[in-house]
Design a protein around this ligand. Structure first.
Ligand code: GAP
Length: 496
């Protein structure tokens, strides 16, 4: 059974997954802190993402960069001019809302990407009023979503908190290309914070003002966009796609990579759509029906994109929700930086003597949205057990296992449990718990997503074995302590 939003919010706080930041002072809208379990889950997601996407090519690397960037970066990228949201304010009270979201809520009609005048027209035509005081609404205005930063005392130049991690690899591109032996395609990955002054932050960590992105920028020769050395291997792979033309039915359609090629998308782009879907189905273990790749229309695409698919996961209360995107940004950013910095972004293909500005394919993921999605799709209120079970996959769950002595007042039992714990924790994320009755400890572990509970009971002193209890099935198996690490290893890698 899925939770309601208040139940899910309460659960996340009770378990210390995430909760409002600065809460003892009443909190600040759109800012969240992760507690111990939430942090472990988030780091596990980041590690899985890092290993998977950097593993796609030996010429993909990770960098770490400053969050505050030069104003010129955003002039060149177009964010100063175009990174705007439409706001509709009330003519009487202080109410304000993002205009496209407001229209969507009121009329169940998508309005993303519409111009301010169009949005004002829809509001007037439908006679929409302020939901708080019922007064008329003012015309839609626009607001830049970036946070300016004043650097140092009395400085005049402006800097900004970056609204996307992407610009950091772009301004690092030329140096990294030289350092990495001038090979194409070059991938620069970055997991870091991004900041947006969202008009109406909402839905917990789904729309925040500060959040984490994991993005891979792949720089390539645009003449080779219709090539990928492994395309043949994936050409029959079925992608779950919702093209603009499929929206009437609202259902994702299975299309092979080859089908998309025939519909006009290039091989390099399609290959990476496949890798993204495989990440969700084979690494995060989503069921195929919970996932889709949704094409954006010309009006909806981000201002820098030529091709734009959203990566969407179906959530209990929100339906299909964007958690990332596959963006073909052409030379939009590098050409912008070349113009404004006056440093050339051109590179030379030594084999052909050709000079060109690389194009960029961006694989973009919101870490917090993915963590939220993982919690949402793996949350089950078990009627039978009368508590929540988090069915998180083994490589993501905060703790893979926990060690419990059956009782705590039997020193030999506790000593044996401590011995098992000290061996297991060397290899797996694991905690030790001897408080409360064993049933209570199982319940606590299930709620935290602990995959296996290892119990040392009275028999363990005789047979030198422990019980491994599976979180999802509650089935127990008895394993000799000498074979325990090997058995856990098998369970941890059961998908490989
Ligand atoms: N570099 C491209 C880029 O930033 P985006 O679609 O604006 O593209 C990428 O953002 C991802 O970042 C989104 O798919 C979403 O997962 C996450 N994201 C964007 N805004 C967010 C917000 N206000 N709060 C949490 N996550 C957000």
């Amino acid at each position: 059974m899925f939770p309601t939003i208040p139940e899910f919010t309460a659960f996340c706080k009770k378990k210390g997954l995430f909760y409002p930041s600065s809460e003892i002072y009443g909190g600040l809208a759109g800012l969240y802190d992760y507690g111990h379990l939430g942090t472990k889950l988030k780091k596990n997601f980041e590690n899985l993402w890092r290993n998977y996407f950097l593993g796609l090519d030996d010429n993909y690397f990770e960098i770490e960069t400053a969050n505050i960037m030069h104003e010129k970066v955003f002039e060149a990228s177009g964010h100063l001019k175009n990174f705007i949201d439409p706001v509709v304010p009330c003519s009487k009270c202080a109410w304000k809302e993002r205009a496209d979201h407001f229209i969507q809520q009121q009329l169940q009609k998508k309005a993303e990407g519409f111009a301010p005048e169009e949005l004002t027209g829809i509001i007037q035509k439908n006679n929409l009023k302020c939901p708080q005081c019922k007064s008329a609404l003012k015309p839609v205005a626009v607001m830049n979503m970036m946070f300016p930063v004043q650097m140092g005392i009395g400085s005049t130049g402006r800097a900004f908190l970056r609204p996307e991690t992407a610009q950091s690899p772009y301004v690092n591109f030329k140096l990294q290309y030289e350092l990495q032996r001038k090979k194409m395609p070059l991938g620069l990955a970055l997991i870091g914070r991004a900041y947006r002054n969202e008009i109406s932050p909402r839905n917990l960590t789904l729309r925040q003002r500060e959040f984490t992105q994991a993005e891979l920028q792949i720089f390539f020769n645009p003449k080779k966009i219709n090539e990928h050395p492994q395309f043949e291997a994936v050409k029959d792979y079925q992608l779950r796609t919702l093209l603009v033309g499929d929206r009437g039915s609202g259902k994702a359609v299975e299309r092979t990579a080859q089908d998309l090629l025939q519909l006009g998308w290039p091989k390099f782009y399609i290959y990476h759509l496949v890798k993204v879907q495989q990440f969700y189905l084979e690494q995060l273990h989503l069921s195929p029906t919970q996932f889709r790749l949704s094409e954006l229309s010309t009006q909806e695409k981000a201002f820098y994109n030529k091709y734009h698919f959203d990566i969407e996961v179906e959530l209990a209360e929100h339906g299909f929700t964007e958690v990332g995107g596959v963006h073909y940004r052409t030379d939009h950013d590098l050409s912008g930086h070349q113009r404004l910095s006056t440093q050339t972004m051109e590179i030379l293909d030594e084999a052909t003597g050709e000079k060109f500005i690389p194009h960029v394919l961006e694989l973009s993921f919101g870490v917090d949205r993915n963590v939220y999605a993982l919690l949402d799709v793996n949350y089950e209120y078990s009627k039978e057990r009368d508590y929540v079970v988090l069915h998180l996959p083994e490589k993501l769950t905060p703790y893979f296992c926990a060690v419990f002595p059956l009782v705590k007042n039997k020193p030999e039992l506790v000593a044996k449990a401590e011995e098992v714990y000290s061996a297991v924790k060397q290899k797996f994320s694991c905690y030790y718990d001897e408080s409360a009755a064993i049933g209570r400890r199982y319940a606590r572990a299930d709620e935290q997503g602990v995959f296996y509970s290892l119990t040392i009971d009275f028999d363990s002193l005789q047979d030198q074995a422990v019980t491994i209890r599976n979180r999802d099935t509650t089935v127990q198996e008895r394993v000799k302590i000498t074979r325990l690490l090997q058995r856990l290893e098998e369970l941890y890698h059961r998908w490989q």
